[in-house]
Design a protein around this ligand. Structure first.
Ligand code: NI
Length: 135
C-alpha cells in the first residue's frame, strides 16, 4: 500500500527567457514578454509530493516536517527572491522556464528523499500554468 503525501511551498523569483545565440526577433517571437531584457518576476507555487509505503511504526510515509525543512534548505533558500538567470548557477546556461525550474528543484531534492519513495514536483508559474516532473 503506497500513499502520496504532499507539501506546498512558495517562492518569488525573476527571470528572462532568451537564447543568446538567437536574434532579438526570434527571441521575441518565441518567448514574447518573457524575453524582457530587464527581467520580470513570478510568484511560483510549488507542490512537492513523496509516495511510498506507510511506515508501520510511525504511520507516516514521510515526516512532513522533514519535507518542509528540505524544501526550505534546498529550494526556498536557493531560489526565493533571486534572479534565476544571474544568481542561480544551474541557470547560467539553461533557460529558466517552468519546465527547467521543476527539473532543477527535483534534482536538488532527490538525493535527500528515501530511495524507496518516488518524488514528484509540480510548479505553478501562474495560477493557470503549471508543469509536473517526476524524474
Ligand atoms: Ni516569465
Amino acid at each position: 500500500m503506497r500513499v502520496k503525501v504532499s507539501r506546498k511551498a512558495n517562492f518569488n523569483a525573476a527571470h528572462r527567457l532568451y537564447r543568446p545565440d538567437w536574434s532579438h526577433e526570434k527571441n521575441d517571437a518565441v518567448f514574447g514578454k518573457c524575453n524582457n531584457p530587464n527581467f520580470h518576476g513570478h510568484n511560483y507555487d510549488l507542490i512537492v509530493s513523496v509516495e511510498g509505503p506507510i511506515n508501520q511504526e510511525t504511520g507516516f510515509v514521510m515526516d512532513l516536517k522533514v519535507l518542509k525543512d528540505l524544501i526550505k534548505a534546498h529550494v526556498e533558500d536557493t531560489l526565493d527572491h533571486k534572479n534565476l538567470n544571474t544568481d542561480v548557477p544551474e541557470f547560467k546556461n539553461l533557460n529558466p522556464t517552468a519546465e527547467n525550474i521543476a527539473v532543477v528543484i527535483w534534482n536538488k531534492l532527490r538525493p535527500h528523499i528515501d530511495k524507496t519513495h518516488t518524488l514528484e514536483v509540480v510548479l505553478y508559474e501562474t495560477p493557470r500554468n503549471f508543469v509536473t516532473y517526476s524524474g
